[in-house]
Write a protein that binds this ligand. Structure first.
Ligand SMILES: Cc1ncc(COP(=O)(O)O)c(C=O)c1O
Length: 495
């Protein structure tokens, strides 16, 4: 992508933004053009067709919304590095089909004829990683899944489990697993763990979904979420009818002034290792958050998604340990065993316990018994501790590899956040900006990365001058990490 082309896409956005009177005439963010990049990589004779198909699909899927103004054929051709004729032909064809509209000398827009469809199941399915390194955060190394130990635990459970236990389970979870989890989490995460107040469910996501329903039923229709933060948090609460109120962070955790001013009574937070900025919530901020929750008669909803993994010191204990009546604590095996197991836990304050259990019961009549029994045995026999140690060793080495590779290929890059978890934040020197151009080049080279702006609620994606990346490393071998960073550096090297 040429820099002049990149500018032209930005100019389109700026122009349209300033013509406020045009209302629905929105400009596509430059990120929208990324959907066309694979099409222009097609062999020359198929390029026109694949470009038309990609554009059609972008309109149908809603990625290019009705009213979006398209860049001029000259600018888009320059952006994509193809001939202008190819773009003109695609515009004309799609205008004839009703996907686009154009006015004489007035440009081209996405037309209203195509109804944007809800995402189809196959669009939601994860895409194969391909050969190139993808640094998309949040993924553990599922090849470390302890198949032999898991299979042995499954065999043992199937042999030993009494028939009675194959009936509907206790909606809180098997007593045996809750007891094992209480001991594990007290020892490893410093929580106050009463097995009677643990609910086994399918992950942090279900914990948040259930909490959302419970809060909504109590008349709590807003929840504070970290900004930047996990898009999942806002989406899960929204699905329960609870509006997410983005709250800024400072260097110690959620900023208290905006939290107090927001009027919310509950806040979702990731204190051990904030997602995605990687800061650890300070001791002072922990105390302030709990004082605030008591003062508004509210709750802190703690997402301890990767709290087991800390590489420079022992992990800091969970916030819940300081006040189990004000903190609902959620965790899962998604970062340590496999997200596909769909297994997690929620430790609930007394005040919410009955309602949470009832919601879980009406939702699915309890978590699958065999999975719970297998995991209980896995924890009881020390297999889970072994697995956590194995992941810790692998992830620490991968983080070190990534930091070293960034130092080698991006001199002056600054890695921020504590040495923990499955991702780092890399702030690249100014010469690599603007973000929009950097992302387009890296995407064209087939390396998947997410900028920090991807996780801000305003979704400024692409508009930043500085490049700050959220790089997941846990799922990549050291060799792939080095190759991926090298590929990124080559893709953005001055031409
Ligand atoms: C911030 C955060 N919380 C929680 C999770 C895990 O959710 P679950 O336990 O439902 O798999 C993720 C997954 O990537 C995450 O990024």
């Amino acid at each position: 992508m040429t820099s002049s082309g990149t500018n032209s896409a930005r100019d389109t956005a700026r122009d349209t933004g300033s013509s406020g009177a045009s209302g629905s005439r929105r400009a596509a963010s430059s990120a929208a053009w990324e959907v066309l990049l694979p099409a222009v990589a097609a062999p020359a004779r198929a390029r026109g067709r694949s470009l038309r198909e990609a554009l059609r699909e972008a309109v149908r899927s809603g990625r290019l919304a009705s009213g979006t103004r398209l860049p001029s054929s000259r600018d888009l051709a320059a952006d994509l590095g193809v001939s202008r004729g190819l773009i003109t032909e695609a515009y004309e064809q799609l205008t004839a089909e009703g996907y686009l509209r154009s006015g004489r000398g007035a440009g081209t827009w996405v037309g209203g004829a195509a109804r944007s469809a809800p995402p189809r199941a196959r669009d939601l399915a994860p895409r194969p990683a391909g050969d190139r390194a993808g640094f998309v955060p949040g993924t553990p190394d599922v090849s470390l899944f302890p198949r032999a130990a898991w299979a042995a635990a499954q065999r043992a459970v199937l042999t030993e489990l009494p028939h009675d236990e194959l009936g509907y389970p206790d909606p809180r979870g098997l007593p045996r697993l809750r007891a094992a989890l209480a001991a594990l989490l007290a020892r490893r995460r410093g929580v106050v763990a009463d097995p009677e107040r643990i609910v086994v469910l399918s992950g942090v996501s279900q914990a948040m979904a259930v909490l959302g329903l419970v809060l909504h039923a109590r008349g709590i229709h807003e929840v504070g979420v970290e900004d930047p933060g996990s898009p999942q948090h806002a989406a899960l609460y929204a699905a329960a009818g609870v509006r997410a109120v983005p709250l800024p962070l400072d260097g110690e955790g959620p900023a208290m002034g905006p939290l107090r001013a927001s009027g919310v009574r509950c806040v979702v937070t990731t204190p051990a290792h904030q997602f995605p900025t990687g800061i650890a919530c300070s001791a002072r901020r922990r105390a302030e958050l709990l004082d605030w929750a008591r003062s508004v008669d509210g709750f802190v909803l703690e997402d301890d998604y990767d709290g087991d993994f800390r590489y420079d010191r022992a992990p800091v204990g969970a916030l819940q340990g300081l006040d189990p009546e004000r903190v609902a604590y959620a965790g899962s095996v998604s970062k340590s065993l496999a997200p596909g197991l769909r297994l997690g836990w929620l430790l609930v304050p007394e005040a919410l316990a009955g309602e949470v259990v009832e919601r879980k019961r009406t939702m699915d009549l309890g978590h699958p018994t065999l999975d719970q029994a297998v995991f209980a045995r896995f924890v009881e026999r020390g297999d889970y501790d072994r697995q956590l140690r194995r992941c810790q060793r692998a992830y620490r080495e991968r983080r070190d590899t990534l930091v070293a590779a960034l130092g080698e290929h991006f001199p002056g890059a600054h890695v921020t956040g504590i040495a923990a978890g499955l991702h780092v934040i890399a702030a690249l020197p100014a010469r690599h900006g603007p973000e929009e151009r950097f992302l387009a080049r890296v995407a064209a080279a087939g390396v998947a990365v997410h900028p920090l702006t991807h996780y801000t609620h305003a979704r400024a994606g692409g508009a930043e001058e500085a490049v700050r990346l959220v790089l997941g490393y846990a799922h990549l071998s050291p060799g792939r990490i080095r190759a991926g960073v090298r590929a990124m550096a080559e893709a953005v090297a001055p031409r």
